[in-house]
Design a protein around this ligand. Structure first.
Ligand SMILES: [Zn+2]
Ligand SMILES: [Zn+2]
Length: 197
């Protein structure tokens, strides 16, 4: 019993429960009841030490690696150990310069377009925060629209790259020296956890 029901001053239940261990509240008794209960990892079945986690972080990462679509070739950005590279070649070069071994697979990156300013949203926010019909009295709206459009156009090439954890590119051709395999790489990086069956 880890959940405590909350009551108003005059003794009525407010239909809210809170976890006696950490104080998180929930409308459902069961959620509060199980809030701080140690879970067994949904992947390896071993107890999870971290509060409120349903799986080991390493197991979550390992599962992503196993589930990811494996691409034979890729000509865009890649990410490896929190570092971003414009291409596979650039990554290999960096690894070789540092005398690091080459992993068999790395996550690719997805492109995120420039977060252009949305003129309609700007006008909506003016309308929402003022009197009705203000739009007809705004001065310089056309000039602003034109400036925003030009700004968006001039900056459209400023794209960002984010890890795409659903796809990996195979570096096998480069990894022959090591004779590495993905299971070898997973063991090396995530030792201590049982493989997912
Ligand atoms: Zn709790
Ligand atoms: Zn686990």
């Amino acid at each position: 019993m880890n959940a405590q029901e909350l009551f108003s001053k005059n003794g009525f239940s407010v239909h809210v429960w809170y976890c006696l261990s950490c104080g998180i509240v929930s409308k459902e008794k069961e959620v509060a009841e199980n809030c701080c209960k140690r879970s067994n990892c949904r992947y390896c079945g071993e107890p999870v030490e971290e509060q409120h986690w349903l799986a080991h972080q390493a197991c979550i990462e390992k599962n992503k690696i196993e589930k990811a679509e494996k691409l034979g070739t890729w000509d865009g950005w890649v990410v490896y150990e929190d570092k971003y590279y414009t291409s596979v070649d650039e990554l290999i070069e960096d690894l070789e310069d540092n005398k690091d071994s080459i992993p068999e697979y790395v996550f690719i990156c997805k492109k995120k377009p420039f977060p252009a300013i949305n003129i309609e949203h700007l006008i909506e926010s003016i309308e929402e925060n003022s009197y009705e019909g203000i739009i007809d009295s705004l001065v310089g709206l056309d000039a602003l629209t034109e400036a925003v459009n030009a700004f968006n156009e001039n900056n459209k090439d400023l794209v960002s790259y984010l890890p795409d954890k659903t796809k990996m590119v195979c570096l096998k051709d480069y990894a022959t020296k090591e004779g590495a395999s993905i299971s070898h790489w997973i063991r090396k990086n995530y030792h201590g956890y049982k493989p997912i069956s």
